[in-house]
Each structure stands twice: as structure tokens, then as C-alpha cells.
Design a protein around this ligand. Structure first.
Ligand code: NAI
Ligand code: MG
Length: 355
């Protein structure tokens, strides 16, 4: 029997509610599909920082590296400096483990009415591929003489040929498996060095994928198009910051940020990949068992797919769809179900699949 070693990092806030919901579903699907999940919990994040002065121990990355995958909630607490969570946990893991692809599907689930009132399920089905290791988020800058009239601050973006080629190849290959359309979302008319180079390298890569229709769109237009004509997108390839922002908009058109899943992927599988919902730790609703766990549960499905358990992943997705179709919904989308009710509903659906 296959046995996968999963490092579990619930993080902070609703991480402690949505991650157990996801694991419950994974345990159920594993027994149906004849594999085992060995989980090890790590209590890292902003809460850990309050006690230990760091988001994870010094050997944290070495610890994580031994696992097949990392299942993550979110990090950040209102009372902890909010420049720290990304720097000391999320970006650190993504960068160190060369998870240069951030895979974020946007798909309207059955039974959910999108806030885009004219749009149906067939109109909202695309994937945002966000470059995940460099770009605007390299945190390469400084604040100089802040309290003087000459004060200034910088954050210098960094785009490398290798970084752009890597994520572009992944995105074009994904497009080949989907509807064969790739949109590069850029802003090279104003970021005339970094994003002009980004566009140039992507256009070169595009030459190798003549079966994929390639186009380029500026991010301001793309934001409007998410709302007005989401059906025009298949695979979106974009930068770290633009992808961060657009994928929250993607969550919104799905009806809630709580629906959005993601995978931080090291395609070469040299390092473990990390799977997490797109949202944060939502301290405003934490501790009430009301958070929508579907983004986290869907992220667990992406994790199983990455590990090669495609049928198990598909079963989770159909459990999610069955649950939203029958209107078992959390409060963020107008329902009354709790976080754990959603997990139970999906587990029930899985048990009906066992003969
Ligand atoms: P957030 O995504 O945590 O919350 C934004 C809004 O969406 C809130 O009103 C929240 O209640 C709601 N929401 C989020 N997830 C939900 C869910 N599953 N079900 C129902 N409603 C949900 O973003 P915010 O408020 O900007 O950040 C809160 C903290 O999370 C901050 O400390 C931030 O740094 C951190 N954060 C961490 C991330 C990560 O660990 N990858 C990503 C984004 C933010
Ligand atoms: Mg974000």
C-alpha cells in the first residue's frame, strides 16, 4: 500500500478549522483508494512567533524537506507585525523549495450563484498561473531616512530569464491539456524594463507551443475582463503580485474567497510542493467553526493529484460539487452549515462511492 508523508502546518486563525476539515476528507478518500497518509503536525506561524520569536524553528525547512508534500492553512495574526508572515514562512518555503508555479484554479461550483449575475458555470472556468519565486515580491529594497523630507523607499522587482521560462513552460503545457489558450497578463506599457523582458521571454517560449493560442493583456483590462467576460480566459500566466491580486478577484467571482484553492508547485518534484487555500487566516471569523473549508479541501485534492492519486482527487472534487449542488453551504455564501458540516457532507458523499 502506498504511504504518503504529509507535513501539516495549520498556521493561525481559521487554519486550525479548515485544515482539519481537509484532512478528514483526505483520510476518508485514502481508505477508499488504498493508500495511506502519514501526517506530522507543525504548530508554526504567528502564534508560534509570539512564543518563540520565529515563525518556524531554524531547522524547519530541513524538517519539511523530508515530506512528500506540505498541507498548509494560512499564517498571520492581528497582533503580530504583518510584514513577517510572508517573509518568515510563506515566501521562505515557496522560494527554498523552488515552488515557482502557483496554480490557482477559478471555477464556479454547482449550486453557487456568482456575483456576476449574467454568468453561468460554463463561463467561469480558468486557471491563474502565478510566478511564485521572484518578480515584485523578492523583497529587495529599503526605506531610507523615513522621517526626513528626503525620505524614500524602494522595492526592486527581479525577473530572470530562467524564472520566466520555467513558469511559462509549465503554463503552456497546462494550456495544451485544457482549451489551448494562454493569456499573459502584464503591464509592460508602464513597467518598461521588467515586464517588457517578461513579455519578450514569454513570446519566445510561445514559439515552441504553436498549438496554443497566445495573447497578451494589460492587467487593468484583465481585471475588468474577469468581471465582464471571464469566459474569454483559459490559462492566465502572470507575475507574483498581479497573480496574487487577480486570484482573490477570481475567488470573488466564484462567490467567496473561501472557495479558492492553490498549489505551490515544484514541477520537477525535487522538493515537496505546498498546498493551501488562496485566502489568509481570517482572524475576523476565526474560532467560530463558520469558515468555508472548500478552498482548503480542494487544495487537498490538488495535493493528491500532484502525488499521483488522480482518482482520489476526482472523488474529492465530485464530493465538493455534490455538497454545493445540494446547498450545504457556509455563511459566506448564504448558508447555515458549519466548517465541519461541509467536511462531513463530503465524507458522506465519498462513502456512497464505496461498493
Ligand atoms: P483573509 O483572506 O484572511 O480575509 C479576507 C476576508 O475574507 C475576511 O473578511 C475573511 O473573513 C474572509 N475569508 C477569508 N477566508 C475565508 C473562508 N475560508 N471562509 C469565509 N470567509 C473567508 O485576508 P486578510 O484579512 O487580508 O488577512 C488576514 C491575515 O492573513 C493577515 O495576517 C495576512 O497577512 C494573512 N494572509 C496570509 C496568507 C497566507 O498565509 N498564505 C495569504 C493572505 C493573507
Ligand atoms: Mg493573496
Amino acid at each position: 500500500m502506498k504511504n504518503y508523508k504529509i507535513a501539516v502546518v495549520p498556521g493561525d486563525g481559521i487554519g486550525h478549522e479548515i485544515v482539519p476539515a481537509g484532512l478528514k476528507v483526505v483520510e476518508a478518500v485514502a481508505s477508499n483508494h488504498n493508500f495511506k497518509i502519514d501526517t506530522e503536525f507543525y504548530p508554526w506561524g504567528a502564534g508560534y512567533y509570539k512564543r518563540h520569536g520565529e515563525f518556524m524553528p531554524e531547522d524547519g525547512l530541513a524538517t519539511l524537506q523530508k515530506f512528500d508534500a506540505i498541507y498548509f492553512g494560512a499564517v498571520g495574526l492581528p497582533e503580530v507585525d504583518d510584514t513577517l508572515p510572508a517573509k518568515l514562512y510563506t515566501f521562505k518555503v515557496r522560494k527554498s523549495f523552488e515552488q515557482y508555479v502557483n496554480y490557482r484554479p477559478v471555477r464556479l461550483l454547482p449550486g453557487i450563484e456568482s456575483p456576476l449575475r449574467y454568468k453561468q458555470r460554463e463561463d467561469i472556468d480558468f486557471v491563474v498561473i502565478r510566478e511564485n519565486n521572484e518578480g515584485e515580491f523578492v523583497q529587495n529594497g529599503e526605506i531610507v531616512n523615513p522621517d526626513t523630507p528626503e525620505g524614500y523607499a524602494t522595492d526592486t522587482s527581479l525577473f530572470t530569464r530562467k524564472g520566466i521560462e520555467n513558469v511559462a513552460n509549465y503554463a503552456f503545457q497546462l494550456a495544451q491539456k485544457r482549451r489551448k489558450k494562454l493569456t499573459n497578463v502584464t503591464k509592460s506599457n508602464t513597467l518598461i524594463n521588467s515586464l517588457l523582458y517578461w513579455d519578450t521571454v514569454i513570446a519566445e517560449v510561445a514559439q515552441n507551443y504553436s498549438d496554443v493560442t497566445y495573447n497578451k493583456m494589460y492587467v487593468d483590462n484583465a481585471a475588468a475582463s474577469f468581471v465582464l467576460k471571464p469566459e474569454t480566459f483559459d490559462v492566465i500566466l502572470t507575475t507574483n503580485m498581479i497573480g496574487d491580486i487577480l486570484s482573490d478577484l477570481g475567488g470573488a467571482i466564484m462567490g467567496s474567497l473561501g472557495f479558492g484553492p492553490s498549489g505551490n508547485i515544484n514541477p520537477e518534484k525535487i522538493y515537496p510542493s505546498m498546498f493551501e487555500p488562496i485566502h489568509g487566516s481570517a482572524p475576523d471569523i476565526a474560532g467560530q467553526n463558520i469558515a468555508n473549508p472548500i478552498g482548503a479541501i480542494w487544495s487537498a485534492a490538488l495535493m493528491l493529484e500532484h502525488l499521483g492519486e488522480k482518482d482520489a482527487a476526482a472523488d474529492i472534487i465530485s464530493g465538493i460539487e455534490e455538497t454545493t449542488r445540494k446547498q450545504t453551504l457556509t455563511v459566506d455564501v448564504g448558508g447555515k452549515a458549519s466548517t465541519s458540516d461541509i467536511a462531513d457532507s463530503i465524507v458522506d458523499h465519498l462513502s456512497t462511492k464505496v461498493s
